[in-house]
Design a protein around this ligand. Structure first.
Ligand code: DON
Length: 343
């Protein structure tokens, strides 16, 4: 018996050793230790610090005025640990990244099929404010992350008037970020005065039955949601909430239903970086969303959310530095969900 116990102890030890070794092999590409994360952020920050390719968006006049040198990186693990590098205090407008969170709100309100039936969940392959994409399928076969689908999504938020609808959207964003966010009034005024194209898009979506007669109110609320000010830390926490099945890992509040999250991430993966979504996914495997304010969020499901703010954009409207920094960091940390080790 003694021998038997000894034998069993020995096998348990051997088993543990093997599991340890195997685990080490399996996770070597996904080392989320403190040191590795800090090093990955530092490396990416330094590597792209001097990069000044791209231009601020200027079709919204206030965005041209934003300091284009802002550069901040934040990674928040699904367990709620926050890592930062560079400028994580300066705020920019959230812009199209907001579309993800209004999408979550409508999914909680109406279930996961409403958006599929209204505007669809397919990539358009077109620019984010494409009118051709609306015309092609009369406002269907698109998704809640392009302007047409996003304005229609905002139009689906229930409420008796502007203030009630806005209150719900603002509360949703605050819960994702874990703090009270504020609208950058100068950005809102600037976009509201120059958003004739979005008003035309909303009008077309109304003509094709995707948004009710309050389409101009929806466009204005959409413009307001795009003008919410966020810093890199806010965006990092918002991304990590998606990485953690809809539960904010810093406040521990379930913000959106866990069952929405795989579907939100699927649309981010196929359409989050618009006509460059394929290239991005090919390179990183990460669901992500960009905004013309200069932010990008990306999600490694179950592992971490990451956000970078840097206002200079490429031709598709995606931050140049943010794309490069996120790709490097995720690759260093084994963030690509498609990358597995053979058994
Ligand atoms: O509606 C617009 O054009 C802007 N408020 C948002 C566009 C945007 O952020 C596209 N993102 N890359």
């Amino acid at each position: 018996m003694k021998y038997f116990i000894g034998f069993r102890k020995g096998s348990v030890m051997l088993g543990l050793l093997l599991i340890g070794l195997l685990n080490g092999a399996l996770t070597s590409a996904a080392d989320l230790s403190d040191n590795n994360i800090k090093q990955a952020l530092r490396d990416a920050y330094q590597k792209y610090r001097g990069l000044d390719e791209g231009e601020n968006a200027d079709y919204i006049p206030a965005l041209a005025e934003v300091d284009s040198s802002i550069y901040g990186i934040v990674l928040v693990t699904a367990g709620g640990k926050v890592y930062t590098e560079g400028d994580v205090k300066s705020e920019v407008s959230i812009q199209s990244i907001s579309k993800v969170f209004t999408m979550a709100l409508v999914m909680d309100q109406d279930g996961t099929q409403e958006l599929v039936q209204n505007m669809g969940v397919d990539a358009t392959g077109q620019v984010f404010n494409s009118i051709v994409a609306i015309e092609q399928y009369q406002g269907a076969e698109m998704n809640p992350l392009v302007n047409a689908g996003a304005i229609a999504t905002t139009g689906l938020v229930d409420g008796k008037d502007y203030d009630e609808i806005w209150g719900k959207i603002a509360r949703e964003y605050n819960e994702f970020a874990g703090r009270e966010l504020e609208v950058l009034e100068d950005v809102y005024q600037s976009e509201a005065a120059t958003n004739q194209r979005n008003r035309a898009i909303a009008s077309l979506m109304h003509a094709y039955g995707h948004i009710d007669e309050n389409f101009l109110r929806a466009t204005d609320i959409y413009t307001r949601q795009c003008s919410v000010g966020v810093n890199a830390k806010d965006l990092g926490v918002m991304a990590a909430t998606l990485a953690n099945a809809g539960k904010n890992p810093v406040t521990n509040k379930q913000v959106t239903s866990a069952e929405n999250v795989p579907e939100i991430l699927a649309v981010m993966a196929t359409a989050g970086l618009y006509d460059d979504a394929g290239k991005w996914l090919y390179k990183t495997g990460l669901p992500a969303k960009s905004g013309v304010g200069g932010g990008i969020i990306a999600v490694s499901p179950g592992k971490f959310g990451i956000a970078v703010i840097s206002p200079r954009l490429d031709a598709a409207g995606n931050s140049v530095r943010a794309q490069k920094a996120i790709a490097d960091i995720s690759n260093a940390l084994g963030g690509n969900p498609y990358e597995v080790t053979p058994r």
